[in-house]
Design a protein around this ligand. Sequence first.
Ligand code: PLP
Length: 358
Amino acid sequence: MSRFWSDIVRRLVPYVPGEQPALAKPVKLNTNENPYAPSPRVLDAIRAELGEHGESLRRYPDPLAKGLRAAVAAHHGIRADQVFVGNGSDEVLAHAFQALLKHEKPILFPDITYSFYPTYARLYDVEYRTVPLDEQFAIRVDDYLAANAPNGGVIFPNPNAPTGHALPLAEVERLVAGNPDSVVIVDEAYVDFGAQSAIALIDRYPNLLVVHTTSKSRSLAGMRVGFAFGHADLIDALNRVKDSFNSYPLDRLAQAAATAAYEDADWLASTSARVIASRERLTAALAAVGFNVVPSAANFVFATHPAHDAAAISAKLREQEIFVRHFNAPRVNQHLRISIGTDAECDTLVAALKGIVG
Ligand SMILES: *Cc1c(COP(=O)(O)O)cnc(C)c1O
């Protein structure tokens, strides 16, 4: 705290990202990164963009990321004017809070969800109200309908984080249709691991914004590329904020890498299938040592042990250089969120857990 700080900085509660340990070979299952490399085409595209002497780097990148937006629009069967690109979906979400969720009435999001939402709400002074998930950690759509809960907007991840629970598309549609006067943002960071995308609905609902990232299923967390899909008026709002903040949020290498990743749908399908198979295998192994595991449609599982404290388990794993995520928050402080690694990493984890929980 300093006397030079603004009021807003004093009030901020920054998001705390998962640890990036400086170890040679940690078993890193704490930030939902992909265990597999990106498509080989990504590397080729980065090399081609650099050229022999890196001469392209002298020039600013395309501020509109036209090539990338065209590739992503083609992949999803939509128009490029329905696509917004940002520096990671976190930046896309930040712009959406400022551009589309700041109104008189409070916005709604689940009590257990991505912890960046309350952080952005405070940063942009957006009123919010959290809505409890049910006992199975599912979103109850009725709790979000404008008729029952007047609101200035709704945001939730599907599948939800950190629970991994997915809402069927028909339920997402009921929520969007039940809020014709406010924007509903569906954050689909994990959709490729087992949920149905709401992109199919954007032509019919002008209040729907769907957010995606290349960080999880496309193995590009290090490149920082995220998207929003929606009616051109919503995309226009995001572009107005972007062009009042940073005209060049995506560098040349990120644009080239993400374009190549979207052009290799086979790579996405095969690596996602491997992660899903490992998730089912890890879920069974955790159950065998006594954990209760929430059924997951994501690249992580959310698990609790009836006889052992979650924070203590996490600390003991850490001593063995195995990293999982523990949230010290109400309702979930006895759970661990475990990212799906390779089968070998999952086996190392399970062996360590056997030693800890007996
Ligand atoms: C990981 C994650 C993001 C952020 O992704 P980036 O594109 O890496 O910024 C957004 N929303 C949820 C729910 C996530 O888990």
